[in-house]
Design a protein. Structure first.
Lengths: 319, 300, 390
C-alpha cells in the first residue's frame, strides 16, 4: 500500500468516526428522555420521538421568524441560541401536557393502557404536523458556517463540532441537575421507590412532571441540532430516531442516565462504522436502508439477550 | 399422587454478592408435616423458590421420591408433584374460585394425547436432556396439535375430562371450606378465603410435596386455628408431605412434627418442636427467649 | 380514577349483546349478515369485505393479546407471510415461476404464517409488557425491510400482481358479493375456532398466563408451549387473512405491510373491546368501515346538503379573525368533508381516539365480561360482594 492510499483510508474512517459521534450525540440526547421516564414510571414513552420532532419544528419556526436565510454574522449565533431555547420550551411544555392528559390517570392501569395511549399520542402528533405541513418537508435555513478544522486526515466540520459540543454541554447540565440539586435527588428517590419517596415528603407528581420536562428539553435541543445538521425536517421524522434512541437507552441500561449517553454513542458508532465495516467484506454492499436493519436487529437482540443492557449494574435479583 | 420424600443435599443459592442459601442439607420423610422457621431474610422463601424451579440452585442436589429434581423447569416440577402457596397471595385475581382450582388441575385433565413429560418415570439428568432435544420438540408439537384439535372439536373424551375436572375441583373447594363460593371472583373473596383458595388450587395439582408459605399470615387466632385444622386434614385426606414456613410459633409448634431452622441461609437446627425450642443457637438467632418458651409469635 | 358511581353506570350500559342468549348469537349474526348483499350496493359490499378482512385479523390478534395477554405490535408480519405466500407461489411476476392454485396455497400460507409465529415467538418468550411490544414491533419492521430489499425472493418494491383467485369447479370468485360471502365464511370459521379455544383448557391456561405467568407455571402450565401456541394460532389466522387479502386485491407490495397495519389491527382489538368477538366486529366496523364510508360518493352527496353549515362555521371563523388573524383558515366545501376526514385528519382522530379510549374506557367499547371486570375499580373490602363481582 502506498502512502496516499493510507491517508485516504484514514481520513475516510476518521470521517465515519466523527459521523458516528455526531449521530451518537443525537441519540444520546433523545435516549435520556426515554431512560428517565422509564426510570420513574417503568413505561416506554412512545411519544418521545414526536417531542423531538416538535422541538425541531419549533426551532425551525423561530429561525424563520428571526430572518431565516437572511441572517448573518453574530445574529446567527443569537438566532440559533434562541431556537434552541425555544425548542426546549416547546418540547418541555408538550411533554408535560402529554403526561398530564395521556399518562397520569393510567399510572395504575394494566400495562397495556399507557402503552396504547402513548402510541395514540405519537400518531396524533405525527399526523397533526403532517397535516399542517401538507406532508411536505421543511428546510432549515442554511446559515451555519461551513468549513472544517483539524490536521491532515483528521478534519472535523464546524457543524459537527458544534453539535457534539452542545450535546455534551446539555448532558453535563442534566447530570448536574440530577446529581446536585434537591429536585434531582427527588427524581432519584422516585425512580428507586415512589412509595417511599412519597412518604419522605417528595411530591411524586411534580417530580414526574420534572422528569418529563427535562427529558423533553434534551430532545428539543436534539431536534434543533438535527435540523441544523440534516436540514430536512418533516412530521414523520420522530419515529426512527425514537426507536433508535430507545435502543440506545436499553443498550446502556434502561433507567441509567450515564448509560443512555454511552448507549447513544455506542449505537451511533455501531451504525455508521458497522455498516462500513460490513461493506468491507467481499461481496457485501449495504445501502442506507441497512443502517435501519442494523439498528432494529440490534434492538431485538439486546432486548432478548441482554435487557439489562451492556453496562447495567448487577444487583441481587429476586424472582 | 402419594406423599413424597424430600431429600436436600448441600443446597446453595448464590446471587451476585449475596448468599441466600448455603449448604443446606435435610431430609423429610413422606407424609411428614415439617416446619421451616427463621428470622426474616433467613432464606426460607428462597428455599421454596429453589424447590419449585423459580430459582435454579447454584449448588447442591434436590431429590423428590428418589428422583433428582434440581434444575428442572417450574411446570415440570409441578407435574412431578411439587406445589405451593405464596407469601403474598398470588391468586388469579380476575378468575373465579373454580377457575383458579381448575388451573391447578391443568396437568391432570386429559386433553387428548399424553403430556410430553410422563409424570411417572423420568430419571434425573436424562429428563433435562430430553426436554431440550429435538425429539421432544417434535412430540410437543404433535401433542400440541392434538390438544388444539380436541379443544376445537370437543369430542366426548375431552368433554368428559373437563366435567371430571370440575367435579373434582368442587370437591377440593368443599374440602377447604369454600363450597358454594365457586363462582366468586378470586379478588372479591375475603382475605381468609383467599388463603384457603390458594391452598385449594395447590391441592388440585395433586402434590406429593405441598409447600405452604406463611399460610396464617394476617389471620387472627381463630382463623389460624382453622388453618391448622385444615393442614392436618390435608395431610391425612390428600396424602401429601407438607413443608410450612411460619412466623406464628404457636402454629409451628402445634402442627409440625419436625422443624428446620434457617439463619442467614444456613441450617442451624433441626428436630422436634421441643428440641428446637431448647436449642441455644435458635434462641440466639431470634433473640426472643421468652417468646419462644411461651409459644407466642416469633420476632421479625 | 373513575368514581364508584361512574363504574356502576358503565356497568348498566354494558354490552347489549349480553341480552341475546348465547346459543342464538352466531346464527343471528350469520343470518343477518347473509342478507346484506341484497340490501346494499356494491360500494357498501366492497367496504364490508375490507371490514371482514380486518375482523379476521382482529380475531387473530385477539388470541395473542386478548386471550394470552401478549403485547404484539408486529402482527403485520404474519399478515404479510400469508399474503406473500400466495403472491410468490401464484403470481406470474414472482421470482419463482409456480402459478399454483389458490386452494393449494391457502393451507400452505396458513402453515407458513404459523411457523413464522413460532419463530418470532421463541426468542421473545422471556419478555414481558413494553419490551415484548417493542421487540415485536422491531420484528415487524425487519420483515417489511426484508420484503423491500430481498427482490430475489419478493420482487421488492414493484410488488406482485395477477394473484390467483379461488375457484371451485368452473366457478371463480369475481364479484364483491362473492368475496363478501367468502370473507364472511372465513370470519365465522375463525370466530368459532377462537371461541372454542377460549372456553377450553387451552384458554384457561392462557388466562392464567395472562394473570400471573410464574404462578401459572407453578401450577403445571407449560408456559412455553402455550405462549407459542398463542403466537402460532394468532399468526395462522393472520396468514389466512393475508392470503385472502392478496387474492382479493390481486396486487401486493411492501408498502401495504407497514407498522400502521399492526397498529390498526391492535386498535380494532383494543378499542372494540379486548378479548371479545363482538368487540372486534364493532371495532372493525368503526375503524375500518367509517373511514371508507366517508369516501363514498353518496356520503359526499349527503354532506353537500350541509353547505349551509359551512357558511355558518366560516362566518364564525371570520369573526375569530379579529382576535387571531388567519389562524384557522377556512373550511373546505361541505361535500368534501368526508374525503378530508377520511384522508388527512383520519389519523389525527385515530390517535386522539386511542388516547381518549384508554383514559376514559380502557376496556374498550364492547369488552368481554372478564376484561370489564379487570378494568373495573377495586371495590373496598368493606362493600358486600354485589352482582358486579360474579
Amino acid at each position: 500500500m502506498n502512502a496516499p492510499y493510507i491517508a485516504l483510508s484514514t481520513a475516510f474512517w476518521w470521517d465515519q468516526f466523527i459521523n458516528g459521534l455526531t449521530t451518537g450525540s443525537l441519540y444520546a440526547l433523545i435516549a435520556l428522555g426515554y431512560t428517565m421516564v422509564y426510570g420513574v414510571l417503568k413505561m416506554i414513552n412512545f411519544a418521545h420521538g414526536e417531542v423531538f420532532m416538535l422541538g425541531s419544528f419549533a426551532g425551525y419556526g423561530i429561525l424563520v421568524a428571526l430572518g431565516g436565510d437572511d441572517l448573518s454574522g453574530p445574529m446567527i449565533a443569537a438566532a440559533i441560541l434562541a431556537a434552541i431555547a425555544g425548542a426546549m420550551v416547546v418540547s418541555a411544555t408538550a411533554s408535560a401536557v402529554i403526561e398530564r392528559l395521556a399518562y397520569r390517570r393510567l399510572r395504575n392501569a394494566p400495562r397495556l393502557a399507557p402503552l396504547i395511549s402513548a402510541i395514540g399520542v405519537s400518531i396524533f402528533l405525527q399526523y397533526l404536523v403532517l397535516d399542517r405541513t401538507e406532508a411536505r418537508a421543511k428546510f432549515y435555513p442554511d446559515i451555519f458556517p461551513r468549513g472544517e478544522f483539524g490536521a491532515g486526515a483528521f478534519q472535523v466540520a464546524y457543524m459537527q463540532a458544534f453539535l457534539i459540543a452542545s450535546s455534551v454541554v446539555m448532558m453535563l447540565f442534566l447530570y448536574a441537575i440530577v446529581q446536585r440539586t434537591r429536585a434531582g435527588r427527588a427524581i432519584r428517590a422516585v425512580a428507586e421507590n415512589p412509595a417511599n419517596a412519597s412518604l419522605m415528603g417528595v411530591d411524586v407528581n411534580r417530580t414526574i412532571v420534572l422528569v418529563f420536562v427535562l427529558g423533553a428539553a434534551m430532545a428539543g435541543v436534539a431536534g434543533v441540532l438535527h435540523g441544523l445538521f440534516f436540514q430536512t425536517i418533516r412530521g414523520s421524522m420522530g419515529f426512527l430516531p425514537g426507536i433508535k434512541a430507545f435502543t440506545a437507552a436499553v443498550l446502556g441500561g434502561i433507567g441509567s442516565i450515564p448509560g443512555a449517553v454511552v448507549g447513544g454513542y455506542t449505537l451511533g458508532l455501531a451504525e455508521t462504522l458497522g455498516r462500513e465495516l460490513l461493506n468491507e467484506l467481499p461481496g457485501v454492499d449495504l445501502g442506507n436502508q441497512w443502517r435501519d436493519v442494523i439498528a432494529f436487529s440490534l434492538l431485538v437482540t439486546i432486548l432478548i439477550f441482554r435487557p439489562t443492557g451492556i453496562f447495567a449494574e448487577r444487583t441481587a435479583t429476586r424472582a | 399422587m402419594s406423599a413424597a420424600e424430600l431429600r436436600v443435599r448441600g443446597l446453595g443459592m448464590q446471587f451476585e454478592g449475596l448468599t441466600a442459601l448455603a449448604d443446606v442439607t435435610m431430609g423429610i420423610p413422606a407424609g411428614e408435616i415439617h416446619g421451616l422457621i427463621g428470622p426474616n431474610g433467613a432464606g426460607k422463601t428462597t428455599f421454596f423458590n429453589c424447590l419449585t424451579g423459580f430459582y435454579r440452585p447454584t449448588s447442591g442436589e434436590l431429590w423428590l421420591a428418589s428422583q433428582r429434581v434440581d434444575g428442572l423447569p417450574t411446570h415440570v416440577l409441578a407435574a412431578l408433584g411439587v406445589s405451593r402457596t405464596f407469601q403474598n397471595i398470588r391468586l388469579f385475581a380476575n378468575m373465579t374460585a373454580l377457575e383458579n382450582v381448575l388451573v391447578g388441575s391443568h396437568t391432570h385433565i386429559r386433553a387428548g394425547g399424553r403430556e410430553v413429560l410422563s409424570v411417572h418415570r423420568p430419571s434425573h439428568r436424562a429428563t433435562i436432556d430430553r426436554l431440550i432435544s429435538l425429539g421432544t420438540a417434535h412430540r410437543a408439537a404433535i401433542q400440541g396439535l392434538v390438544e388444539l384439535a380436541g379443544a376445537v372439536g370437543r369430542p366426548p373424551a375431552v368433554r368428559n375430562a373437563e366435567q371430571e375436572a370440575v367435579t373434582s375441583a368442587r370437591r377440593i373447594l368443599a374440602a377447604v371450606g369454600l363450597a358454594g363460593r365457586e363462582n366468586a371472583l378470586a379478588r372479591n373473596l375475603p382475605y381468609g378465603d383467599q388463603r384457603r383458595l390458594e391452598v385449594a388450587r395447590a391441592l388440585a395439582t395433586r402434590p406429593g410435596l405441598l409447600l405452604l408459605d406463611e399460610p396464617t399470615a394476617g389471620m387472627n387466632p381463630q382463623e389460624s386455628a382453622a388453618m391448622v385444622g385444615l393442614i392436618r386434614r390435608i395431610r391425612d385426606e390428600f396424602e401429601t408431605t407438607i413443608v410450612l414456613i411460619e412466623h406464628q410459633m404457636r402454629v409451628v409448634m402445634g402442627v409440625c412434627e419436625r422443624i428446620t431452622v434457617l439463619d442467614y441461609g444456613r441450617k442451624i437446627a433441626e428436630g422436634t418442636p421441643a428440641e428446637v425450642q431448647r436449642d441455644t443457637r435458635v434462641i440466639e438467632a431470634y433473640l426472643g427467649t421468652r417468646a419462644l418458651r411461651a409459644g407466642g409469635h416469633g420476632t421479625s | 380514577m373513575p368514581s364508584l358511581a361512574a363504574a356502576r353506570i358503565r356497568e348498566r350500559m354494558g354490552a347489549p349483546i349480553g341480552k341475546i342468549p348465547g346459543v342464538w348469537r352466531w346464527p343471528l349474526f350469520v343470518g343477518l349478515s347473509a342478507t346484506i348483499p341484497f340490501l346494499l350496493s356494491d360500494v357498501w359490499i366492497q367496504m364490508l369485505v375490507f371490514v371482514g378482512l380486518f375482523i379476521v385479523l382482529g380475531l387473530g390478534l385477539n388470541v395473542v393479546v386478548g386471550f394470552a395477554g401478549l403485547l404484539d405490535l408486529g402482527y403485520v408480519a404474519f399478515f404479510a407471510a400469508g399474503a406473500y405466500s400466495l403472491g410468490i407461489m401464484s403470481s406470474p411476476g414472482s421470482p419463482f415461476d409456480l402459478s399454483m392454485n389458490f386452494w393449494l396455497v391457502l393451507p400452505l400460507g396458513v402453515v407458513i404464517a404459523a411457523l413464522f409465529g413460532i419463530l418470532l415467538g421463541l426468542p421473545v418468550l422471556p419478555l414481558r409488557g413494553d419490551y415484548l411490544a417493542i421487540v415485536t414491533l422491531g420484528f415487524g419492521e425487519i420483515i417489511r425491510l426484508f420484503l423491500v430489499n430481498r427482490e430475489d425472493v419478493t420482487a421488492g418494491s414493484q410488488g406482485l400482481s395477477a394473484i390467483a383467485r379461488p375457484e371451485i369447479g368452473g366457478f371463480e370468485i369475481e364479484s364483491f358479493t362473492h368475496w363478501y360471502y367468502f370473507v364472511l365464511a372465513a370470519a365465522v370459521v375463525v370466530g368459532f375456532v377462537a371461541s372454542r379455544l377460549r372456553d377450553s383448557r387451552i384458554g384457561r391456561a392462557w388466562e392464567a398466563i395472562r394473570e400471573d405467568e410464574d404462578v401459572a407455571a407453578a401450577m403445571g402450565v407449560n408456559t412455553v408451549k402455550y405462549k407459542l401456541m398463542a403466537f402460532a394460532i394468532g399468526a395462522a389466522i393472520g396468514g389466512l387473512g393475508g392470503v385472502i387479502y392478496a387474492s382479493f386485491i390481486g396486487f401486493i407490495s411492501p408498502a401495504g405491510f407497514s407498522l400502521q397495519v399492526s397498529i390498526d389491527v391492535l386498535a380494532i382489538v383494543i378499542i372494540g373491546g379486548m378479548g371479545s368477538t363482538p368487540g372486534v366486529i364493532l371495532g372493525a366496523l368503526v375503524l375500518v368501515g367509517i373511514p371508507r364510508i366517508l369516501l363514498f360518493r353518496e356520503t359526499a352527496d349527503f354532506l353537500s346538503k350541509l353547505e349551509w353549515m359551512r357558511e355558518v362555521l366560516n362566518g364564525l371563523i371570520r369573526g375569530m379573525d379579529a382576535f387571531v388573524p388567519g389562524s384557522i383558515g377556512r373550511l373546505p366545501p361541505a361535500g368534501e368533508w368526508g374525503a378530508e376526514l377520511a384522508d388527512d385528519t383520519r389519523f389525527i382522530i385515530f390517535g386522539a381516539l386511542l388516547v381518549i379510549i384508554m383514559v376514559v374506557r380502557p376496556e374498550g367499547l364492547m369488552p368481554s365480561r372478564r376484561r370489564q371486570l379487570e378494568f373495573a375499580i377495586e371495590e373496598p373490602a368493606a362493600l358486600p360482594a354485589t352482582g358486579a363481582g360474579g
